[in-house]
Ligand binder design. Structure first.
Ligand code: ATP
Length: 270
């Protein structure tokens, strides 16, 4: 049985301009991923080696996947996405086989960016190796490390990984020559939240002027994904009301609702 365990996007369509805030993170990714993919000669000439792997870390819904896709778009690279929890399969050797396949494909479709989401699912420090499932995960990780070690900093394949749990990662992953460039992707600050609202609300029909700075103030602690949800929810408020446009009140109502559901989730996680 062939399980679909990775996704290939030949031409991703997310651009840096679709991302609110995160300017420093974009700048860093341009230097360590985009420029080496586009101008490897420049790096050779100056005599520096860019990192082979970059690790994006931070809370859920803050734009890590978006960042990886945007770098692929702007580098004219094929985007290959793997969710690491799907690596660890039911069959012995399956995870390692998928890892090999992904990198084979990446070399074939180069320039390419391999994006490994939830890398902690195969890259967590393990205390015991009792069950066969744990050994299988370990084999998958070993294969991934072997693949990373097998290419050079200026080859036209780059790996970007993402995690919400950098604290539990196996140090073997973070060693020089592997994921040795860490980029934090935090919750958006006031200005970031304002920008994210602008990105989504500008695509919607809103009746009145919007006080973006007020919206940003009301959404402290929320992620970009939450803000997108708020905008969608505001649209639903309008539809329920039989209107063809969104009002400022729809947005405020949506903020209350999304905050409430976030708060409930926080309690039930304990
Ligand atoms: P996870 O850790 O849950 O996989 P992530 O950090 O990879 O999350 P994304 O999948 O990139 O987050 O973001 C989820 C959705 O939230 C995106 O599709 C996008 O719509 C929205 N979003 C998150 N952050 C931003 C941002 N900074 N600017 C614009 N949209 C954002």
């Amino acid at each position: 049985v062939l399980v679909k365990s990775f996704e290939v996007i030949e031409k991703p369509s997310i651009h840096y301009s679709d991302i609110g805030g995160l300017e420093a993170q974009i700048q860093e990714l341009r230097e360590v991923v985009e420029m080496p993919l586009k101008n490897p000669e420049l790096f050779k000439e100056i005599g520096i080696e860019p990192p082979k792997g970059v690790l994006l870390y931070g809370p859920p819904g803050t734009g890590k996947t978006m960042l990886a896709k945007a770098v692929a778009t702007e580098s004219n690279a094929t985007f290959i996405q793997v969710v690491a929890s799907e690596f660890a399969q039911k069959f012995v050797g399956e995870g390692a086989r998928i890892v090999r396949e992904v990198f084979e494909l990446a070399r074939r479709k180069a320039p390419a960016i391999v994006f490994i989401d939830e890398i902690d699912a195969i890259g967590a420090k393990r205390i015991d190796m009792g069950t066969s499932g744990e050994r299988e995960v370990q084999r998958t990780l070993m294969q991934l490390l072997a693949e990373i070690d097998g290419f050079k900093p200026l080859d036209n394949v780059k790996i970007i990984a993402a995690t919400n749990r950098i604290d539990i990662l196996d140090p073997a992953l973070l060693r020089p020559g592997r994921f040795d460039r860490l980029i934090e992707v935090p919750l958006p600050d006031l200005r970031g939240r304002e920008e994210i609202f602008k990105i989504y609300l500008s695509k919607m029909k809103v009746d009145s002027t919007i006080d973006y700075s007020e919206l940003a103030k009301l959404t402290e602690g929320l992620s970009g994904a939450d803000i997108k949800n708020i905008c969608t929810e505001a649209g639903y408020n309008a539809i329920r009301d039989g209107r063809k446009f969104v009002t400022y009140n729809d947005i405020i109502g949506a903020i209350t609702k999304v905050k409430k559901s976030r708060f409930k989730n926080k309690i039930s996680e304990r």
